[in-house]
Ligand binder design. Structure first.
Ligand SMILES: [Mg+2]
Ligand SMILES: [Zn+2]
Length: 212
């Protein structure tokens, strides 16, 4: 089974503009593409997991999402960064679009998206990471036994200030995605060294990943 780094999208990879509905609104957070490129080289599966309640609220058309995703992937690819999978939750319990207005098992922090990705992409969640700018991303990680990293971009600082002391904190808090990836590589290097596979993985390889 593979090891993955699950990435929140808005506020983690690209700037959070609130219910992003047009590819023109996409702006990468500095260092995001390089961070993903490092994960590619270290042979992690890179999977975007995103709550897109704007769909349930009628603020984003479901059909706009693949277009936004296509442009985001192209922006990353432009910097040799590759994403292996993309999963989103279109639901919200108080939406206005009937089809998507429900409680579901996939709105983060519910584990639905990760369980689906794990099954479809053969990912070992217990050896994986979730990186995001919200408490729900961290709780998602804890809910599946993954490592939860909070980034301080997007809503990160606000969420950090309002983080309830009764809820399990992030395993790591990092300035941004690039910083988070450095933290992951540092932590994993110890594991790889123990298993004698450091040389193999740090060399990296290209063109053999899985398309999601
Ligand atoms: Mg976010
Ligand atoms: Zn859902």
């Amino acid at each position: 089974m593979k090891q993955a780094v699950f990435l929140d999208r808005d506020g983690t990879i690209n700037r959070d503009v609130g219910y992003l509905s047009n590819p023109d609104q996409l702006e990468l957070i500095p260092g995001s593409a390089e961070a993903i490129r490092i994960l590619n080289s270290a042979e992690f599966s890179v999977v975007i997991i995103s709550n897109q309640a704007g769909i349930a609220k009628g603020l984003i058309q479901e059909g706009q999402l693949p277009e936004i995703q296509k442009v985001l992937l192209a922006m990353l690819q432009n910097e040799d960064a590759k994403v292996d999978g993309f999963y989103y939750c279109p639901h919200h319990p108080e939406g206005s679009v009937k089809k998507f207005s429900c409680s579901c098992q996939c709105r983060k922090p519910a584990p639905g998206l990760l369980l689906k990705a794990s099954e479809e992409m053969d990912i070992d969640l217990s050896r994986s990471y979730v990186v995001g700018d919200k408490m729900s991303d961290v709780q998602l990680a804890h809910n599946v036994g993954a490592v939860g990293i909070m980034v301080l971009t997007g809503h990160g600082r606000k969420e950090q200030r309002g983080y309830p002391p009764t809820i399990k904190p992030p395993d790591y808090t990092c300035n941004d995605l690039y910083d988070a990836v450095r933290c992951i590589i540092k932590k994993e290097s110890g594991e790889w060294a123990k298993k004698g596979i450091k040389a193999q993985r740090s060399k990296g390889k290209t063109g053999s990943g899985q398309e999601g």
